[in-house]
Design a protein around this ligand. Structure first.
Ligand SMILES: Nc1ncnc2c1ncn2[C@@H]1O[C@H](COP(=O)(O)OP(=O)(O)O)[C@@H](O)[C@H]1O
Ligand SMILES: [Mg+2]
Length: 235
């Protein structure tokens, strides 16, 4: 097997400009023959033409760098997906290319999450890495979710048959978006604009969609808060 066959995504990623955002990334991959294979609240997934890789594209996901750290630091456990590439996208989006995974029956997913919560011997190494990175994320980022995301969709199976946990970390979405609505100045003060430009574009496939009016109001609230921050009122 040549390295190009093993890593078909490399050629596609080479077409992505340095300033690509999440829309550019999706369009580039679709044009190269990747196909939609999943969607959650924060991200969509596309499958590579040869079926071996998946791209996870998010317009805004403060947690994704921590997931990437987990996939790298817990790679030896084989209980996280094999990560091929990671790129931050313009405006705060995120692109991960990893091995393609398929869903598992819900009871299997629930049992895996339960084993993680109890730090059972079979997942102890994974849990130690998870806890270390989660504690760091909670120190470093505002609105980082206090709990792991134990959604059954976040346990999947690799083509070699092993079970893996994906997407265990997440922002505290309800709290964060409630603050966008109630106190956009606080969000603007605590999250740099370049990291949240597309925060009202997350797919929200599981819990949404947003009422368009609510979304427009959040967008307008953030824009007004950004303007106040850039041009402080002179008293
Ligand atoms: N490696 C992968 N292979 C196949 N599908 C995936 C992969 N990663 C994610 N997906 C699909 O995309 C969905 C969203 O990805 P996920 O990382 O869980 O983001 P979210 O934060 O939106 O839940 C998953 O529920 C799954 O259906
Ligand atoms: Mg998920």
């Amino acid at each position: 097997m040549t390295s190009e066959e093993r890593e078909p995504h490399r050629e596609t990623l080479a077409q992505l400009e340095a300033q690509a955002d999440h829309r550019d990334a999706e369009q580039t991959l679709l044009a190269a023959g990747w196909t939609r294979c999943g969607a959650g609240d924060w991200a969509i997934a596309l499958r590579s033409p040869d079926g071996t890789a998946a791209a996870r594209i998010s317009p805004f996901d403060p947690a994704s760098s921590y997931s990437v750290a987990l996939y790298r630091q817990a790679a030896h456990t084989r209980q996280v997906p094999q990560l091929f590439e990671h790129r931050r996208l313009a405006g705060g989006g995120d692109l991960q290319i990893m091995e393609w995974l398929r869903p598992v029956p819900e009871p299997e997913a629930v049992a895996f999450h339960r084993a993680i919560a109890a730090r059972e011997p079979g997942v102890a190494d994974l849990v130690d890495v998870v806890r270390r990175i989660h504690a760091r994320a909670r120190r470093e980022l505002p609105w980082f979710g206090p709990e792991l995301d134990d959604n059954p969709d976040n346990v999947m199976r690799a083509t070699d048959g092993r079970l893996v946990a994906i997407d265990l970390f997440g922002a505290d979405g309800p709290n964060l978006y409630a603050t966008v609505a109630d106190d956009p100045d606080l969000v603007v003060a605590r999250i740099p604009e370049a990291d949240r430009r597309f925060m009202t574009e997350i797919p929200l496939t599981a819990t949404g969609p947003w009422d368009p009016e609510v979304r427009d109001a959040m967008r307008a609230g953030l824009a007004a808060a950004d303007a106040r921050k850039t041009r402080p009122t002179v008293s």
